[in-house]
Ligand binder design. Structure first.
Ligand code: 3PG
Ligand code: MG
Length: 385
């Protein structure tokens, strides 16, 4: 997809540039109540763009959302920890307050857009993780200012749209996460493109139920069973778990001390038990398929990997993706966190900073933020490449 790049902007020297970043980073609360950044990937990922603009003599104002505040300031969604980290990594960038503290951001209010662009000469969108949101700071400024894609946004689009255009085969996608309903669109679109679709995580139980397996108290979306039956009739190979790790009655997710028995079963989950990870046999089968692939896309954990009793499936898949000699992509969010936790993130070719955005780009082939940049290039006569 062609987008206007930083080099296509009028010379930024002496100009004021507004940069939309996605600094929606995970925060952890320390015992003393202070909040610290748990993973600064999204801040580090914006540095090439910010440095390029500073090196080219621009005055840079960055802006971002953090969390989902309800249209007003609160301590939980204060960007102060991000501002401090940004200052350590690259000085000289002003960071505005959380955009979502103003209801005009999510409402795409033109008056809020006016305030954002006031005094600015150029706009750069580097917020790939938020490019699927038609919010004021994403779609508003490109209609008012000459605009370009930042380095991160451009790279994300190049990699993810490249997957769909001419992937080396076999192309294997691994999907996990809890809900089939959230990922229906992307499942349908991937079935047209991949050679094999591997399904694990909470959503595998609705597929297993569609094959007639009892799923006990596992996650199940009964209204999606007919859809899963239909998807399983697809000509594309769909690989489901053949064994599961399950937690017995009385057990509590995330609290091993609460008791509850953990067992391995096949694809029948006993009544009262919950499937919380793929079993070791499935993890090995999935790995065999993954290491042979020449293109891999992974989105969503295989189990509740925050609980050490249910992390083995996700860990094995993370290692298989890292060991694969093909081109490997992780689609953001939980799977990126898992790759970091299991120490393999630097052996993945591309770890996307956008979970929802990467899935929507795969599903739709475009995003509101990208369409806004292309329209801006046309309006202001900027080239695209
Ligand atoms: C994300 O973390 O997925 C992006 O920053 C978008 O956030 P949102 O889902 O709250 O819009
Ligand atoms: Mg590789």
């Amino acid at each position: 997809m062609r987008l206007p790049q930083l080099e296509d902007l009028p010379d930024p020297h002496g100009r004021r540039v507004l940069v939309r970043c996605d600094f929606n980073v995970p925060l952890a609360t320390a015992p003393d109540g202070s909040r610290a950044i748990a993973d600064d990937l999204r801040i580090r990922a914006a540095l090439p763009t910010l440095r390029w603009l500073l090196d080219h003599g621009a005055t840079v104002t960055a802006c971002s959302h953090l969390g989902r505040p309800k249209g007003g300031p609160d301590a939980k969604s204060d960007l102060a920890p991000v501002r401090a980290r940004l200052d350590e990594l690259v000085g000289g960038v002003t960071l505005l307050d959380n955009l979502r503290w103003d209801p005009g951001e999510e409402g795409n209010d033109p008056v809020f857009v006016d305030r954002l662009v006031a005094g600015q000469d150029l706009y750069v969108d580097d917020a790939f993780g938020a490019a699927h949101r038609a919010h004021a700071s994403i779609v508003g400024p490109p209609a008012r200012l000459p605009s370009a894609a930042g380095r991160l946004l451009a790279r994300e689009v190049e990699v993810l749209s490249g997957l769909l255009e001419a992937p080396a085969r076999p192309f294997v996608a691994i999907l996990g996460g809890s809900k089939v309903s959230d990922k229906l669109g992307v499942i349908r679109s991937l079935l047209d493109k991949v050679d094999t679709l591997i399904i694990g995580g909470g959503m595998c139980f609705t597929f297993l139920a569609a094959l007639g397996n009892p799923v006990g108290d596992s996650l199940l979306e009964p209204d999606q069973v007919p859809t899963c039956e239909d998807l399983l009739r697809s000509a594309t190979r769909i690989v489901l778990p053949t064994d599961l790790t399950v937690l017995g009655p009385g057990g509590v997710i995330g609290d091993p001390a609460a008791g509850g028995e953990v067992r391995q079963v096949g694809t029948s989950v006993p009544a009262g038990w919950k499937g919380l990870d793929i079993g070791p046999g499935s993890a090995a089968e999935f790995s065999d398929v993954i290491v042979e692939a020449r293109t891999v896309l992974w989105n969503g954990p295989m189990g509740v990997f925050e609980d050490p009793r249910f992390q083995a499936g996700t860990r094995t898949v993370a290692h298989a993706v890292a060991d694969c000699r093909g081109f490997t992509v992780i689609g953001g969010g939980d799977s990126a966190a898992a790759a970091a936790q299991f120490g393999v993130a630097d052996r993945i070719d591309h770890v996307s900073t956008g979970g929802g955005a990467s899935l929507e780009l795969i599903e739709q082939g475009d995003l509101p933020g990208l369409a806004a940049l292309r329209a801006s290039a046309e309006r202001f006569g900027l080239p695209t490449r």
